[in-house]
Design a protein around this ligand. Structure first.
Ligand SMILES: Nc1ncnc2c1ncn2[C@@H]1O[C@H](COP(=O)(O)OP(=O)(O)OP(=O)(O)O)[C@@H](O)[C@H]1O
Ligand SMILES: Nc1ccn([C@@H]2O[C@H](COP(=O)(O)O)[C@@H](O)[C@H]2O)c(=O)n1
Length: 150
């Protein structure tokens, strides 16, 4: 069967993960949440004794990705962190995500992974920046009150 890529955008708590995983399971596609790569940047930065030197982290990140650190490997590392570390690397990832070189590297990496099709990719900038050529694009919306209740 022909495979495609499906990109899902939407604000926080709009249901991207729930819907994305559901679709991926139904179609037997692979699921990618782009945030994992930003958290991984934060993780590497912490491993380097909180060294936020952008080009140092960028090089390590690039080398690790070349060593086939797949989305699943990275997800395992991140999901095994305790709550405090998970929070800290999120903040660090957020800081580093302001760097355009970092964003380009992550975006390129995601494009490479998904080149063979058969992926559901969720995140803030998936539709417009990462996979503008995805065959199916979904923008999820839930109003603020609903999202707060969730
Ligand atoms: N259609 C829905 N109706 C009710 N609750 C929902 C619905 N979709 C998702 N939820 C609930 O809302 C919460 C957030 O959902 P989800 O993690 O899928 O959102 P998200 O957009 O991926 O969020 P984030 O970007 O913050 O990670 C979860 O507790 C989920 O069970
Ligand atoms: N597509 C994305 C995803 C994430 N980020 C940045 O990473 C930080 C960590 O992600 P969380 O969704 O887990 O908070 C986040 O704060 C963003 O700064 C991004 O830039 N683009």
């Amino acid at each position: 069967m022909i495979q495609i890529n499906i990109a899902i955008n939407g604000p926080t708590v709009s249901g991207k993960t729930t819907v994305g995983k559901f679709i991926a399971e139904k179609l037997q596609y692979q699921f990618i949440n782009t945030r994992i790569f930003y958290r991984y940047l934060g993780y590497l930065s912490y491993q380097q004794l909180n060294n936020t030197s952008v080009y140092n982290i960028l090089e390590i990140f690039n080398n690790n990705l070349k060593l086939n650190y797949s989305f699943n490997n990275i997800t395992k590392i991140i999901n095994n962190l305790n709550e405090e570390d998970y929070y800290l690397i999120g903040r660090q990832g957020s800081k580093l995500s302001e760097n355009q070189d970092m964003r380009q590297l992550i975006n390129q990496h995601i494009r490479q992974i998904t080149n063979g099709k058969g992926f559901v990719v969720i995140g803030r900038d998936v539709i417009f920046n990462i996979l503008p050529d995805a065959e199916v694009k979904i923008v999820l919306f839930a109003n603020l009150d609903t999202r707060v209740l969730r």
